[in-house]
Write a protein that binds this ligand. Structure first.
Ligand code: GAR
Length: 210
C-alpha cells in the first residue's frame, strides 16, 4: 500500500498535529508524516514533532513583512522539498492567499473549531456561547480562498452544557478535534472521500461526543 505523504503545518502547541502523528504511527494508516512545518520558531509543536523523529522546518513569516505570497512560496518550497502529496493545516493561524490555495488545491485540509459555516474566524467558543447554540464542535474541510470555507470533509459535535464557559468548551471541542482530524485524513488518504468541483463524493464524516 502506498501511503499519502503528509506535511502538517502549525503555528503553536500542535496538539492536533500530534493526534495526526499518533494515527500515522500505525503502519496500516493510509498516510505518513514527511514534515512538520511552522511559521514561528517558538511553536511548541516543532520540538514535539522532532522528538518523534519527524523532519521539521520553520519558515518565519515575520521577515517577509506584508509580502504574504513570498512567505507562502518559501513555505511551499519546504513542503515540496519533503515531497509531500498533501498539507494538513493544524492550528495554523495565518490567512493564506489564493496563491497558496491554488498551489495546493484539493490537496490541503484545515481544521476549524466550530461547526462551519457557523463561527468562521477567531474566538469561536465564546461566540457560540454568546449565540446560545445547543450544539457546537469542529470541522475539517478542504482549503479554499475564503477564510474557513471549503468542502466539508467531516464534523464532530457535542452538546453545550449549562453554565459552561469558553475555556471548558474549548477543552471539550479540542478533544473531539483529536478524533475528527485523523478520521478525516484516513478517509481522504485512502480515497474513500474525494472532491469533485466543490462537492464531496460520499457523505461527510460525522462524529458525536459520547
Ligand atoms: C485548534 O483548536 C484548531 O482547531 C484551531 O487552533 C487550535 C490549535 O490547537 N485552529 C484555528 O482556529 C484555525 N482557524 P493545537 O495547536 O493544539 O492543534
Amino acid at each position: 500500500m502506498s501511503r499519502l505523504r503528509v506535511a502538517v503545518v502549525i503555528s503553536g502547541r500542535g496538539s492536533n498535529m500530534l493526534s495526526l502523528l499518533d494515527a500515522m504511527a500505525d503502519p496500516a494508516f493510509p498516510a505518513q508524516p514527511v514534515l512538520v512545518a511552522a511559521n514561528l520558531p517558538d511553536a511548541g509543536g516543532l520540538a514535539a514533532a522532532a522528538a518523534r523523529g519527524v523532519p521539521t522546518a520553520c519558515v518565519d513569516h515575520r521577515p517577509f513583512g506584508a509580502d504574504r505570497t513570498a512567505f507562502e512560496q518559501a513555505l511551499s518550497a519546504e513542503i515540496e522539498a519533503a515531497e509531500a502529496d498533501c498539507v494538513c493545516l493544524a492550528g495554523f493561524m495565518r490567512k493564506l492567499t489564493p496563491w497558496f490555495v491554488a498551489r495546493w488545491r484539493d490537496r490541503a485540509l484545515n481544521i476549524h473549531p466550530s461547526l462551519l459555516p457557523a463561527f468562521r474566524g477567531l474566538d469561536t467558543h465564546a461566540r457560540a456561547l454568546a449565540a446560545g447554540v445547543a450544539v457546537h464542535g469542529c470541522t475539517v474541510h478542504l482549503l479554499r480562498d475564503d477564510l474557513d470555507d471549503g468542502p466539508i470533509l467531516g464534523q464532530a459535535a457535542l452538546a453545550v452544557r449549562a453554565g459552561e464557559n469558553a475555556d471548558g468548551l474549548a477543552r471539550r471541542v479540542l478533544a473531539i478535534e483529536h478524533r475528527l482530524y485523523p478520521a478525516c485524513l484516513a478517509a481522504w488518504a485512502c480515497g474513500a472521500r474525494r472532491v469533485e468541483g466543490d462537492r464531496l463524493t460520499g457523505a461527510p464524516i460525522a462524529l458525536f461526543e459520547g
